[in-house]
Design a protein around this ligand. Structure first.
Ligand code: ATP
Ligand code: MG
Length: 339
């Protein structure tokens, strides 16, 4: 069996909210609350969920761009939180980020050459070798090498995202954390960038943590999917299993929201009402309780644990927990909420 390249264990990232003249910590935004998962080499894990559920914070916490409150991030077996600043700098070579907004993530005052040279300089690659590495990576990312002297603002969104991907790949990392890499692009360009990411994965044997709120994109690219809600993972498993046999009512509503080509084929679906609750004061029981069409009395009081339902498919929902009374389940599954 392949060893996991990345292991996230009980990761918590809380942001303090300070109040008053003394700036005393009044409470915390629990952006990431007890998140655990692992990604094997060559695999793509899709991290999905609505806006504000903690996807980007998880990605940044893994890359050590944000300090975690608790928990461990193990990369190739090394705990990243225990590395010194120098060790972490050299580890960064192996782990790169691709950001959502190709307009904001590239400095418009720099040429492509300067943008691509930055990581090479930071990791002490000799000047004489830099040019060849830049030209090679431009080629694999579908960019003409004559573009090296042009400024980032002279490119279209899709081309800029290719530059962002080239910058991430130039040091030949093992893990790419892609945070909504196609969300800012129009649909035809999205497909090109997704295909590029897929090709690059095969060519360089890359491992991806692919963050997205768009499940149709995730379905196209990911081997496994983790669904996040209010800072926690509520369902995780093989992508095929999640799409065929989604368990959590939240996952069901996300999948139902994927547009389909023929609306006549549309079965009854769950339409979510309201917003994600505040991560400052999350509900005591299940975080989804206020919006769940299958809610049961125990959901208000007990937080469901993430338990294995079938081979590698985990879900945090009282509908599937052994502790839940059968009677309660059947009475709830008959309840309304479907439209
Ligand atoms: N630096 C910060 N200080 C305080 N709260 C923060 C900070 N960064 C993020 N948050 C809060 O943490 C929660 C999770 O934010 P995050 O950006 O991770 O969500 P997301 O799932 O990536 O959303 P989106 O899909 O909109 O990008 C949000 O409630 C957000 O307001
Ligand atoms: Mg985000």
């Amino acid at each position: 069996m392949r060893e996991p390249l990345l292991e996230v264990k009980d990761l918590k990232i809380y942001f303090p909210i300070k109040k008053g003249i003394r700036q005393k910590v009044a409470s915390y935004v629990k952006a990431v609350d007890n998140v655990s998962f692992s990604i094997k080499e060559g695999e793509t894990l899709g991290l999905v969920g609505e806006s504000g559920c903690g996807k980007s914070t998880t990605g940044r916490g893994i890359a050590q761009l944000i300090k975690s409150t608790e928990g461990e991030v193990l990369f190739q077996g090394d705990c990243l939180q225990e590395l010194s600043a120098k060790e972490m700098r050299s580890m960064r070579k192996e782990m790169q980020l691709v950001f959502q907004d190709p307009y904001a993530s590239l400095n418009p005052r720099l040429t492509v050459e300067q943008i691509l040279a930055e990581p090479l300089k930071a990791h002490g690659i000799e000047r004489s070798k830099r040019r060849k590495l830049m030209e090679d990576i431009m080629e694999v990312c579908g960019l003409n090498k004559t573009y090296l002297h042009r400024y980032a603002h002279e490119f279209s969104g899709g081309q800029r995202q290719r530059i962002g991907i080239a910058r991430a790949l130039i040091l030949k990392p093992k893990l790419i954390i892609a945070d909504e890499p196609v969300a800012a692009l129009d649909v035809s360009i999205q497909a090109q960038i997704l295909n590029l990411l897929k090709d690059l994965q095969e060519e360089f044997r890359l491992t991806y943590l692919f963050i997205s709120h768009d499940l149709s994109v995730v379905q196209h690219l990911c081997n496994r999917v983790a669904v996040m809600y209010l800072g926690r993972i509520v369902e995780i498993g093989e992508a095929d299993k999640i799409f065929e046999n989604r368990l959590h009512p939240y996952t069901e509503s996300l999948i139902d929201a994927i547009p389909i080509s023929n609306p006549r084929n549309r079965k009854e679906r769950i339409i979510l009402q309201g917003d994600v609750p505040s991560p400052v004061d999350p509900p005591k029981g299940c975080a989804f309780v206020g919006r769940c069409p299958k809610v049961m009395p125990c959901c208000h009081t007990d937080r469901p644990e993430l338990l294995e339902h079938s081979d590698g498919h985990h879900v945090a929902c009282h509908l599937y927990s052994a502790k839940t009374e059968k009677m309660e389940v059947s009475s709830c599954s008959e309840s309304g909420g479907r439209v």
